[in-house]
Design a protein around this ligand. Sequence first.
Ligand code: FAD
Length: 323
Amino acid sequence: MTEKIERLKTLIIGSGPAGYTAAIYAARADLKPVLYTGMEPGGQLTTTTEVDNFPGYPEGIDGPTMMVQLQQQAERFGTEVRIGMATAVEFSDEVGGIHKITIDDSKVIEAETVIISTGATAKYLGIPSEQKLRGGGVSACAVCDGFFYKGQDVAIVGAGDTAAEEASYLANICKKVTMLVRKDHMRASKAMQHRVESLDNIEIRYNTEVDTVLGDQVVEGLRMVNNVTGEKEDISITGLFIAIGHKPNTDIFKGQLEMDETGYVITKGKSTKTSKPGVFASGDVQDKEYRQAITAAGTGCMAALDAERYLATIESPEEVSKA
Ligand SMILES: Cc1cc2nc3c(=O)[nH]c(=O)nc-3n(C[C@H](O)[C@H](O)[C@H](O)COP(=O)(O)OP(=O)(O)OC[C@H]3O[C@@H](n4cnc5c(N)ncnc54)[C@H](O)[C@@H]3O)c2cc1C
């Protein structure tokens, strides 16, 4: 006997702040959402110890606890949270069309609306000493974690606009910022380069890479290597920021949705609408600018409201042309 295909009003893909916030709103609007967690239940915040900037937590909160609470809040209104990965999608081009999503290469789900909240993955160097000290002074988010290094010496790795922006951000808070640039020039725009160069407490080291992050439990220093001369040098730092880019988790949507040149899903105007009717995107998967938990949560709320309004127009056919 063939398994009956499940039909949902709203399917949410991803369990970070965007996905759970979308779930809270969708569930309270009676859209009976089902949310698939993906390979990282709770999303990026489960990789950090302290979240100090999410409104409503005066003492701060650790990332994994915050994500469990968000899940519980979504479940309280009836969201069904399931472990599983979306492995393929077939989005309809029609207003009111049904979207097909394959879970774990086996189960197919049909959904009237889909909210994509699959986030982005920060890139790391991948060397063992860096991996060992992730969360112990190695971070991929200066805006999130810079504050913890106020008045201290830190280093940042990267040469693009984001790295330059994050270096200037850190220079405002920290005593000294050493910026490691792999090539003999930066990729960042001229304006950003000038900004970095104009700050007295940023030292730019060209042709320089990380050899080893020093420290046992926490970062205590950095062994740098000049990739032209091979010369090594140790400096004393307490924080190392990796700013070499993010990869949006959008591989399964290629060819289905409009994306920018780096793979971020494009949303329309101030909405979360994608290029397919009934498919919405929220959080870091569509935002390479802000990438914060609160902005992800904000767009999660928007996606659920957009989905609810879209469904209302489908149910009132005279409104469909406006959708
Ligand atoms: C080390 C670190 C520290 C940070 N600290 C802070 C902080 O202090 N404050 C702050 O505001 N922000 C912080 N951030 C940024 C913040 O974590 C992100 O902006 C936020 O988590 C983005 O939320 P999101 O819901 O868009 O996606 P994510 O949190 O990235 O979650 C994506 C979700 O999608 C799921 N997924 C992916 N692909 C699939 C698939 N095919 N099928 C099903 N599910 C899938 C994943 O399993 C995951 O659950 C930090 C980030 C990092 C890396």
